[in-house]
Design a protein around this ligand. Structure first.
Ligand SMILES: [Fe+2]
Length: 352
């Protein structure tokens, strides 16, 4: 027969007090009872903390231009306003795994060269003629261009044009920081030497041929800019051929020409054309997704929330929330998510 001590109430008389006393006791040994937290750890289905949210470009542009009055690109290192999911405030993230922000670089400014483990993509929103340099190659940025700076690739930005340049940055920082695997280096020189011809990697790797002797394995794309000028007409071809998915529209996946896989191991991206009057069927998947309307206008229903979007608006659909697009006029939609990472781990799921 159990004998109750002064510190442990007799469980036959006061079970709750006995349990709490036990929890307090094991806490001193840095232990905690799984049965008190199990249902929050092993949920029956995803329970995202993030919520559906949309940032109107007109507001983002006004505010990021105001940031241009208070800090230089060089002082800031990167002059970016973080798009924080309202359900994840204070965590510098738009989904649990992805960071997103709007970056501004003014005429004559340089965002100095650095490198980091976190991979980044840019989707160009506004302006024309600034450049991003990646691994010794410079690419001129135009609206709709999809630019990559993979893990540890040296990169810098500069604006030699006469107008402000704005783009959406998406990084896998929260994923890298989840693993506590972040490294970064800054260079003495603000700009890299760019020995390769401008736009070299798209011509070299994105034309159906590969340089003889190119690697047959590479876990990220060697192309640094998938230009809108090259990608947009392919959507038109799909539309004309009737290759229009009932959920996603006429959609291409940006791919790594070395192996046909995703462009990065941690992030994948897509560009879709939604024909005028398109009424998408509901879809959901475990990868929370960031969307940018590159052109057109319409609305996306996410759960019970309706997000109305126009050109350059950014919005987010949290994991496993059912969504459907409606296009009021022909629209082009960029999207990016952590799907490659989930696929590699064998945890990615989709459903209607
Ligand atoms: Fe960077």
């Amino acid at each position: 027969m159990a004998v109750a001590t002064a510190k442990t109430p007799d469980p036959r008389h006061n079970l709750a007090a006995a349990r709490q006393a036990f929890y307090d006791k094991i806490s001193k040994s840095h232990m905690t009872p799984l049965w008190e937290v199990l249902k929050d750890l092993v949920t029956k289905e995803p329970k995202p903390q993030g919520v559906p949210a949309l940032w109107k470009f007109a507001d983002a542009k006004r505010l990021v231009l105001e940031a241009g009055d208070v800090i230089t690109a060089e002082e800031a290192e990167r002059r970016v306003l973080v798009l924080e999911n309202p359900g994840l405030r204070g965590q510098s993230r738009i989904t649990n795994s992805l960071f997103a922000g709007i970056q501004l670089i003014l005429p004559g400014e340089i965002a100095p060269a650095h490198q980091h483990v976190a991979s980044a993509i840019r989707f160009v929103l506004d302006g024309e003629g600034a450049y991003t340099a990646v691994e010794g190659e410079k690419t001129i940025m135009s609206p709709g261009d999809f630019i990559l700076t993979p893990n540890w690739a040296p990169h810098d930005h500069g604006n030699t044009s006469s107008q402000p340049m704005m783009w959406l940055d998406v990084l896998d920082m929260p994923t890298i920081n989840h693993f506590e695997a972040s490294f970064a280096t800054h260079f003495d020189d603000k700009m890299q030497n760019t020995a390769r011809a401008d736009g070299d990697s798209l011509e070299r790797y994105g034309s159906g041929v590969l340089p003889d002797g190119a690697p047959t394995r590479m876990n990220r794309t060697p192309v640094i800019n998938y230009t809108y000028a090259r990608t947009r007409p392919i959507l038109e071809r799909l539309k004309k051929a009737g290759d229009v998915d009932r959920c996603h529209g006429a959609r291409v996946r940006y791919s790594n020409p070395i192996n046909g896989g995703h462009v990065l191991p941690t992030m994948g991206a897509w560009l879709a054309l939604l024909p005028e009057g398109f009424k998408g069927e509901p879809y959901r998947s475990t990868d929370g997704t960031v969307f940018v309307c590159a052109d057109g206008h319409g609305a996306t229903k996410v759960g019970d929330t309706v997000l109305e979007w126009g050109r350059n608006d950014v919005f987010v659909v949290p994991p496993w929330m059912r969504f459907s697009h409606v296009a009021a006029k022909e629209s082009v939609m960029f999207s990016i998510s952590d799907r490659p990472a989930q696929e590699a781990l064998g945890i990615w799921r989709e459903g209607a």
